[in-house]
Design a protein around this ligand. Structure first.
Ligand SMILES: *Cc1c(COP(=O)(O)O)cnc(C)c1O
Length: 386
C-alpha cells in the first residue's frame, strides 16, 4: 500500500495528476461545466453528430424497441438486428467485404492485434500509436519494435530485421496527439514488400477524411487486399461509442471466432447501434459538415501563423496542438483558457513524450471563425505574458 502512496505522490509532484471536469449540460460545442459556460474545443465529435436531433431521435427509438442493454455477449444472444444492419451498411460504405462491431475502439484494437499476432510474431509500430494498439501488442506477447514517428525508413529497417517471422505493421491514420497524417501509402508498400500484415487505426480519420467521410481507405485509395483490417472507433466523428473493424470475409470471420475482447464482453446496446445507423446516414449525406470543418482548419492555421504560435503540425486535420513543453505550464494555460470560457485539453506524458506537454484543440464543424480567432488571441496573449 505504501508503495502506491509513493507512486501517487510522485505523480502529483510531476504535475501529472489527472482531474475530471464534470459536464452538466451540452448542446453541440456549448457546455456547462462546474457551473461555468464554456465553448468546448476538447471533444472529438468533429461533425457534431452526438447532439444531432435525428441521431438523438434514433437513439430514443432504439431504446423503445430494444430497451437498455443487449443482455449478453454477441455470440451468445447479444447480437441484434441493428448490429447486423450497421455492419452490413458500414462494410458497403467502406467498400470492404465485411465489418464487425466491438464495444469500443480499445476493445477492437486488443481483438485485432491479439488475433493477428502471436507469441512468435514481430510487431512493428509507430512510436506514437495509440495506447490500445500498444496494449494489444503486449497482450499478444509478440515482440514489439517501434519506429520513430512517421519514419518509414526506420520502419523498413525493423521489418527487415523480422525477416523470417510473421509480421504485423501498426499505424494510425491521423495521429491523435499530433494532428498529422501518416504516410499510409508508403507503409502499405512496405507491408506488401516484406509480407507483413497491416492494421490501420482510423479513429481520427473516419467520418471527415476522404469522400463522404469514408476515412483512410478512400483517402489513400487502399482496398482490403492492401491490408489486414482497419479499426474505426465510433466515439470520435461518429459521435457515439463502439469500434467497428472492416476487412475481408476471412479477416472478420477470424475476429468473430478468435478475438477474446469480442467474445467475452457484453455487446453494445442495440439502441446505440440503431443510432449509429442514422449517424452513418447523416455523415455520408451531409458534405457541408466536412466542408465547414476543412475551411475552419484552414482558418485556424492562418490565424495561428499570424500569431506566431508553435503548432505541432500544420496538416489539414481538425487536431491542432500547441506545444508548451512543461507539464505545469500546459495545465496553467488550460486553466487560464477555462477562465476565459474555452475548454481545451492539456495533454501530458505518458500520453505524449516527456517534455512535450501541449494544449490540444479539436476543431468542429459548428465552431465559428470568431470563436477560433478569440481562442487563439487568448492563447497568444497567455504565451506572450508567461
Ligand atoms: C480513441 C481512440 C481509440 C480508442 O477508442 P475508444 O472507442 O475510445 O475505446 C483507439 N485508437 C485511437 C487512435 C483513438 O483515438
Amino acid at each position: 500500500m505504501l508503495k502506491m502512496q509513493t507512486k501517487l505522490a510522485a505523480n502529483a509532484a510531476s504535475n501529472l495528476r489527472r482531474k475530471r471536469i464534470t459536464i452538466n449540460k451540452r448542446q453541440d460545442n456549448n457546455i456547462i461545466a462546474d457551473d461555468q459556460s464554456l465553448i468546448n474545443f476538447s471533444h472529438n465529435d468533429y461533425l457534431s453528430i452526438a447532439t444531432d436531433p435525428r441521431v438523438r431521435q434514433a437513439f430514443i427509438e432504439g431504446v423503445d424497441k430494444y430497451g437498455f442493454g443487449s443482455g449478453s455477449a454477441p455470440v451468445v444472444s447479444g447480437y441484434y438486428a441493428p448490429h447486423q444492419e450497421f455492419e452490413q451498411q458500414f462494410a458497403e460504405f467502406i467498400g470492404f467485404d465485411r465489418a464487425i462491431v466491438f464495444n469500443s475502439g480499445y476493445h477492437a484494437n486488443l481483438g485485432v492485434i491479439t488475433t493477428f499476432a502471436k507469441r512468435d510474431s514481430m510487431i512493428v509500430a509507430d512510436k506514437l500509436c495509440h495506447a490500445s494498439m500498444i496494449d494489444g501488442a503486449i497482450l499478444a506477447r509478440a515482440k514489439l519494435l517501434r519506429y520513430i514517428h512517421n519514419n518509414t525508413m526506420q520502419a523498413e529497417d525493423l521489418l527487415l530485421r523480422a525477416a523470417s517471422k510473421s509480421k504485423l505493421l501498426l499505424t494510425e491514420s491521423v495521429y491523435s496527439m499530433e494532428g498529422d497524417i501518416a504516410n499510409i501509402n508508403a507503409l502499405a508498400k512496405l507491408a506488401k514488400r516484406y509480407d507483413s500484415g497491416l492494421i490501420i487505426d482510423d479513429g481520427h480519420g473516419i467520418g471527415w477524411l476522404g469522400e463522404q467521410g469514408k476515412g483512410v481507405c478512400d483517402y489513400a485509395q487502399l482496398n482490403q487486399n492492401d491490408l489486414t483490417c482497419v479499426t474505426m472507433p465510433l466515439g470520435k466523428a461518429f459521435g457515439g461509442v463502439g469500434g467497428i473493424v472492416v476487412g475481408s470475409n476471412e479477416t472478420i470471420e477470424a475476429l468473430l471466432q478468435f478475438a477474446r475482447s469480442y467474445r467475452y464482453s457484453t455487446a453494445l446496446p442495440p439502441a446505440i447501434v440503431h443510432a449509429a445507423i442514422t449517424a452513418l446516414k447523416v455523415i455520408r449525406a451531409e458534405n457541408w459538415r466536412r466542408e465547414k470543418l476543412k475551411s475552419l482548419i484552414q482558418f485556424f492555421i492562418t490565424q495561428a501563423k499570424e500569431r506566431n504560435l508553435n503548432l505541432s503540425s500544420a496538416a489539414l486535420t481538425p487536431i491542432k496542438c500547441i506545444i508548451v513543453g512543461d507539464n505545469q505550464a500546459a495545465v496553467t494555460l488550460q486553466q487560464k483558457l477555462m477562465q476565459q470560457g474555452f475548454l481545451v485539453a492539456a495533454i501530458r506524458p505518458p500520453t505524449v513524450p516527456k517534455g512535450s506537454a501541449r494544449i490540444r484543440i479539436s476543431l468542429n464543424c459548428l465552431h465559428t471563425e470568431a470563436q477560433v480567432a478569440s481562442l487563439l488571441s487568448v492563447i497568444a496573449r497567455s504565451v506572450a505574458t508567461k
